[in-house]
Every structure is written in structure tokens, then in C-alpha cells.
Design a protein around this ligand. Structure first.
Ligand SMILES: Nc1ncnc2c1ncn2[C@@H]1O[C@H](COP(=O)(O)OP(=O)(O)OP(=O)(O)O)[C@@H](O)[C@H]1O
Length: 266
């Protein structure tokens, strides 16, 4: 649980302006979804937030302390979960405690009792307690991603970042994984920022939405303000054309109650 303050953040790679004067504040425990077309700057922003990438200008602070490099209290979930396939789900989850375990102890697999309890609690949070001893390589893509979430939770972060965490999953698994991320964040009152490219999933799980385009923030608001027009602004007409067409058809049809269900999702 942390307050995040991003102030006048810019990042350029040579001539490419990946982030352009980005500022926002996220209060304790908020669940924020980051949206934008490919190349909008989402990953760059997340990498700056976890200290992997140094901004060209501006600053980020977590609970008043400036981010100057990678921190143990910031955990990241990736599209590729990078779990170790040869070992169990439980052992994978335990590696989240590496940051607070001496090299020798981790080499010998001697984690503290508190860390072991935390690994089991995290596996329980993501619905994998019964599969704790299963070899990670034998699990489905969605389960492996949930192991990655458990590992991030064992890190005991105060900020959870997720970069396209469900992009490589089928729609049903994507929903399941997002539900576990959201529930884990709620259970631990964990400030969370997740970048997503599926608008439907973003709408379903987001509390606050930050829309990016060409490195700038073009929208920052809550569910009730996150309208089809806003989605147009973020993505151009591509994502919403079908929805608008459905709406036009259903009103011409004078049978709105039987129109396509997707239109009601927006
Ligand atoms: N290491 C890098 N070196 C050079 N250019 C980079 C680097 N990382 C990102 N960029 C550029 O910065 C811009 C923003 O990229 P970024 O990956 O942050 O966008 P994104 O919104 O996360 O896109 P995607 O959804 O495709 O991952 C793009 O033009 C990208 O090519």
C-alpha cells in the first residue's frame, strides 16, 4: 500500500520521445489500468516506476521517497511470467523472497518460516494451494501466470506493477488471471498499476484508467468517465467502430433489448 507521485516525467531514446511530461498521483490502494496503442509508452512508464529505466527528466516517488533504481518493495508481473519450469509452484513462489534472503540461504533453499507461510498464503490467494507441489512446467499458461502473481506477492510489495499480464492468454484464462490480480490487490490493499490492451477486460477490472498516446496522458479518470469517446481518443476509431455500428443498428431496429450484448458493456 503506497502513494505514487509521478512528476513531469519524460523519457527519450535518441529521437524517440517515449514519455512526454507525464504527471499523476495515485493514492494508497488504488487499482489503475494503463491503456494505449502499441508504442504509446506504457512499458516505459512501468519500467521507470520499478526503477529499471531511468527517466530523462522528472521524478517518481513512492511514499515520498524518490525512485532511483530497482526496489524490493516494487513487484512486477510480466506478459512472459519467467517462472522456473523444473521446480514446483511453491518453490517458484518462494523465490519472491530472494530479495530478503541471503545468497547462501537461497542457494541451500533455506527460506525462513515466515517466507514459507507467505508462499502458501500467496498460492492460496491465486487459487493454487492444492497445486503447490505440482511442477510449474506441467501447468497451463494461466496457472503459470498465477504462479508468477504468487511470486510477486511473496515479495511483499507496496506497489504491484503488471505489464500486459494477460496478453498471451485466451479470453477465459485472461479473465480468471485478472480476477486473481484484482482480488490479491484488494485483499492486501495493494496499490496496483496494470497495462492492458483488451478494452473489455480493462473496463471490467479497472477502477481508474490512465490513457496514453504518443508518450502523453490523454485521459485520467474513473469508471463513469471512461466512455466510448474516451476509448476513441486513446485508440482512434479502431476499437469502438463495431460498438457504434451495433448501437446504430439496434436503435434503427427498434429492438434495443435484443441488440448485441457487447454494446451494453460500454
Ligand atoms: N529500449 C528502447 N530503445 C529504443 N526505443 C525504445 C526502447 N523502449 C521503447 N522504445 C520506444 O519507445 C516508444 C514507447 O515504447 P513502449 O514499449 O513504452 O510502448 P508500449 O505502449 O508499452 O507499447 P507495447 O504495448 O507495444 O509494448 C516506442 O516508440 C518504442 O519503440
Amino acid at each position: 500500500m503506497s502513494t505514487i507521485e509521478v512528476t513531469d516525467l519524460s523519457k527519450s531514446y535518441g529521437d524517440v520521445q517515449a514519455l512526454d511530461d507525464v504527471s499523476f498521483t495515485i493514492p494508497d490502494g488504488e487499482f489503475v489500468v494503463l491503456l494505449g496503442q502499441s508504442g504509446a509508452g506504457k512499458s516505459t512508464l512501468l519500467r521507470c516506476l520499478n526503477g529499471i529505466t531511468r527517466p530523462t527528466e522528472g521524478s517518481i516517488s513512492i511514499d515520498g521517497a524518490e525512485v532511483l533504481g530497482p526496489r524490493n518493495d516494487v513487484a512486477m508481473i510480466f506478459q512472459q511470467h519467467y517462472i522456473l519450469e523444473q521446480i514446483s509452484a511453491y518453490s517458484n513462489a518462494l523465490t519472491g523472497a530472494l530479495g530478503r534472503t541471503s545468497f547462501l540461504r537461497s542457494l541451500l533453499g533455506r527460506y525462513g518460516d515466515g517466507d514459507k507461510r507467505e508462499a502458501l498464503r500467496a498460492l492460496d490467494t491465486v487459487g493454487l494451494l492444492d497445486e503447490a507441489n505440482q511442477r510449474a512446467g506441467n501447468m497451463s499458461g494461466g496457472q503459470q501466470q498465477r504462479v508468477g502473481i504468487a511470486r510477486a506477492l511473496v515479495q511483499e510489495p507496496s506497489l504491484l506493477l503488471a505489464d500486459e499480464p494477460v496478453a498471451s492468454l485466451d479470453p477465459a484464462s485472461a479473465e480468471t488471471v485478472m480476477r486473481y490480480i484484482r482480488d490479491a490487490a484488494a485483499e492486501r490493499d495493494l496499490t496496483t498499476i496494470a497495462s492492458l490492451h483488451q478494452v473489455n477486460i480493462a473496463r471490467e477490472f479497472g477502477e481508474r484508467f490512465i490513457g496514453m498516446k504518443d508518450g502523453e496522458i490523454v485521459f485520467d479518470g474513473y469508471r463513469e468517465e471512461f466512455t466510448v469517446d474516451v476509448i476513441d481518443e486513446i485508440y482512434g476509431d479502431i476499437e469502438t467502430e463495431a460498438i457504434r455500428e451495433e448501437r446504430t443498428e439496434s436503435s434503427a431496429d427498434e429492438r434495443p433489448a435484443q441488440s448485441g450484448t457487447q454494446a451494453h458493456e460500454y
